[in-house]
Design a binder for this molecule. Sequence first.
Ligand SMILES: [Zn+2]
Length: 300
Amino acid sequence: MSSIWLRNPLAIFTGNDSDAGGGLVVDTDSGTITELVAPGRSPTAAVDSTYEARDHVVIPGLINTHHHFYQTLTRAWAPVVNVPLFPWLVNLYPVWARLTPRALELATTVAMAELMLSGCTTAADHHYLFPRGMEDSIDIQVGVARGLGMRAMLTRGSMTLGQKDGGLPPQHAVQDPDVILADSERLIDTYHERGEGALVQIALAPCSPFSVTTEIMRDSATMAQEKDVRLHTHLAETIDEVDFCLEQFGLRTVDYLESVGWLSDRSRLGHGIHFNDEEFARSTCSGCATAPRRSPPSGP
Ligand SMILES: [Zn+2]
């Protein structure tokens, strides 16, 4: 075991009432805090190294609950800056279709490095893009997360509702449901870690109501239940999406979510904005975690 004492920080937030003004000791092998040091005191056992933290504030690692690492490479693409979500997506689908394994590895590395530099130690990524040659996208992301030592929930996203069936994505961007489910099972069985200290977890993440079929929503919920993993999706991000659900399914977004078996504490929703008060209360009371924003987003 090797240890480091973060000594006498300017301030420290431990999440409990302990007075740890003298800092804390970390077991750097396991990444766990082994001692909170009282003000003016030294650690009870010898440490391998000491970091003078008097100019620093020590806080728990921040958590990013929704990201799209691959978009790091296109986020400043001038033709779509500040356009609404649907045309933003329609213009970017052909660009993203040319994603390569090396580009995804680079994008994931840059995204995770940016997050860690900001104090974030855990991130959830929603990856739903699997063009030809990118079947190992989640495998690539697992490799980057483990290499950087960042805790990550990597979600096996999916798109099954192409333009010919009334969806938004082009046909080349959608996958066969059987392929999605088989890959989802493989990824869970191969990479999903459980219990305290888990570094990488897998979740199932159909992209959004306007890009997946009701069947893949239901089948994903069933597999998540069987495998005991989380569910993630976009919901009510724009008024266009609310209108799409009414036209396509005859339901508002939260009613649609309930109809496919997703209204539970297994689910987390990204970009949830356009809920009315009743829908917001119903989704949160069910244990469904939402990250609502009351004003329209500046970007998808
Ligand atoms: Zn998103």
